[in-house]
Design a protein around this ligand. Structure first.
Ligand SMILES: [Zn+2]
Length: 299
């Protein structure tokens, strides 16, 4: 299920985040949403600017929402371990990742903060801008409280999930550190008790969600872009054991690193309906492959 936002601001096109199905599977994880800040549009820039003259960032337009379900594949045990395609499905599987100059990636795990409850479909197209705007304020998180079910120990679980990716620092793929200051974070982690959807009376069983904005590499190199943080949100209700929270955190951080498409294989952490809680050899092969390619988009 997907949702696309297209923005025309100062000759810039932005494609919005991707939404995933709201089905009843407990292990259901959404595809990460990555709005795209694309290059100038056909030399025919729109003169409209509904973001307001004072804002350096474009606003979002309405997006669509579609269902996508995967039955999942099992690997032949004798098959060689190969990477799956981590590209962005909405961009013809174009590759997305961070550049070396962004390192170390700074990660801020909030003290349980629950961002305002809005339908999943709305969340996916507004979250990055919402948090970006919050961070402009001196009292950014005034009035924002921890998600029901959050405890300080959960942040240790989130960190443990993220730490599963630490092993690639030795290979020079990327490196990261945790920060206490959200204002300089590349990746911010928030929580919710349960994700909600517009048509659902209660909540929906999605374990986590990741939203980010990505930029064509040529544009990123030619413009001084206001980088927006990647936003991860994790459900305390769905991830109600340490192991589940660790797995969900590791999966979402995989998206935050740029693994956009899900693995079709059930044995991989990045499988859409995650059934494992740690990186598989194929997940490792995929991140290695991705960080040795020239990306079309950067985070
Ligand atoms: Zn996912």
């Amino acid at each position: 299920m997907k949702k696309i936002i297209v923005l025309f601001i100062c000759s810039v096109v932005v494609f919005g985040p991707i939404a995933e199905p709201a089905n009843a599977q407990n292990r259901k994880l959404p595809r990460a949403g990555f709005p795209v800040l694309a290059s100038p549009n056909n030399g025919n820039p729109s003169s409209s600017n509904d973001s307001g003259a004072s804002s350096p960032w474009p606003n979002s337009l309405p997006s669509s929402y579609g269902m996508h379900l995967s039955p999942g594949l099992d690997r032949n045990r004798n098959a060689p371990i190969e990477h799956y395609n981590p590209g962005e499905p909405e961009q013809n599987m174009a590759l997305v990742r961070w550049e070396k100059k962004s390192m170390p990636l700074l990660i801020w795990i909030s003290p349980g903060y629950k961002l305002p409850d809005i339908p999943l479909s709305e969340l996916k197209k507004t979250r990055v801008d919402f948090v970006t705007n919050l961070l402009q304020n001196a009292d950014s998180f005034a009035g924002i409280t921890p998600a029901p079910g959050w405890t300080p120990a959960i942040n240790d679980q989130v960190a443990a999930g993220i730490e599963q990716w630490r092993q690639f620092e030795n290979e020079g793929l990327f490196n990261f550190a945790f920060t206490d200051d959200p204002h300089n974070a590349h990746i911010c982690v928030f929580f919710t008790d349960v994700f909600r959807d517009g048509n659902a009376p209660g909540g929906i069983a999605i374990g986590g969600n990741t939203c980010a904005q990505m930029y064509p590499i040529s544009l990123a190199h030619s413009m001084n872009i206001h980088q927006k943080p990647v936003i991860i949100e994790l459900s305390t209700l769905v991830n109600n054991t340490p192991q589940k929270m660790i797995g969900a955190s590791a999966h979402e951080f995989g998206h935050a690193l740029g693994i956009k498409a899900h693995s079709p294989y059930r044995s991989d952490l990045m499988y859409e309906d995650r059934v494992v809680d740690s990186l598989s050899e194929a997940d490792k092969a995929t991140i290695r492959w991705l960080y040795h390619q020239q990306p079309a988009f950067v985070l």
